[in-house]
Design a protein around this ligand. Structure first.
Ligand code: PGA
Length: 251
């Protein structure tokens, strides 16, 4: 399975020019990498320019969110088709910051997942508990089952799951590789129960939360814990560090 590395730029950078420069630098750092899928998710306003720049490269573009309808009276929202017209092929869904600040629920996440798979955008579905402890696997199972309700097995290979424990996001306190691999096994079990061994088994499960160039290789790659990729926030805004992360997981 090709590893998937997703850069979540969140609400950064401020200027379009800076987004362009960052994209060019990231591309320079990863241009010789062809055994991994590298995806950059900028803000909506930088998507058109980055989509155009990425067209001639191996880097793919994703959005950080979208809406579950095609068109209509949905003030402030952006559709899957609009994203695709800008060159996006991926979309992050259900990030904990959206669940926390925008009140995104499991039901809303599910509508977005179904719209994404129906329109050919690959969703990167984020799951993870607020706290460490015995409740965490139950919370993850609930989020996962809710997100995937109504998705048919035939579409399952067009999905990726990101395990992002909320306590690890932006804190400098990442999950341990052993912890992440246990959660991956838990998630895989649920995926297989929903979609069968063949279809569920090919879904990539990423880790996200305080990933750095230093710890990336411990989660993925031949010496790592066996995760299928990474979702990178803060460190993806530093082009050299992000390129080092991509290289670390290919070692
Ligand atoms: P972080 O963010 O790498 O800055 O912890 C990860 C994420 O929120 O996707």
């Amino acid at each position: 399975m090709k590893p998937l590395i997703v850069a979540n730029w969140k609400m950064n950078p401020l200027k379009r020019k800076d987004a362009e420069v960052l994209f060019r630098r990231v591309y320079k750092g990863v241009m010789n990498v062809n055994n991994a899928d590298v995806v950059i998710c900028p803000s909506f306003v930088h998507l058109p320019i980055l989509g155009a720049l990425a067209r001639a490269t191996s880097v793919r573009i994703g959005a950080q969110d979208f809406f579950w309808e095609n068109a209509g009276p949905f003030t402030g929202e952006v559709s899957a088709g609009m994203l695709q017209n800008c060159g996006a092929t991926f979309v992050i869904i259900g990030h904990s910051e959206r669940r926390l600040y925008l009140g995104e629920t499991d039901t809303m996440v599910n509508k977005k997942v179904r719209m994404a798979v129906g329109s050919g955008l690959m969703p990167v579905i984020c799951v993870g508990a607020r706290m460490r402890g015995r409740e965490a696997p139950k919370i993850i199972a609930r989020q996962l089952r809710a997100a995937l309700a109504g998705v048919v097995p035939a579409r399952a290979q067009n999905i990726a799951i990101a395990y992002e424990p909320i306590w690890a996001i932006g804190t400098g306190d990442p999950e341990t590789p052993e912890g992440a691999v246990n959660v991956r096994a838990h998630i895989k079990k649920i995926l297989v129960s929903l979609f069968g061994v063949q279809k569920g088994g090919v879904i990539r499960v990423l880790y996200g939360g305080s990933v750095t160039a230093e710890n990336a290789g411990s989660f993925t790659g031949s010496h790592g814990a066996g995760l299928d990729g990474l979702l990178v926030g803060g460190a993806s805004l530093k082009s050299k560090e992000f390129a080092d992360i991509v290289r670390a997981i290919l070692r």
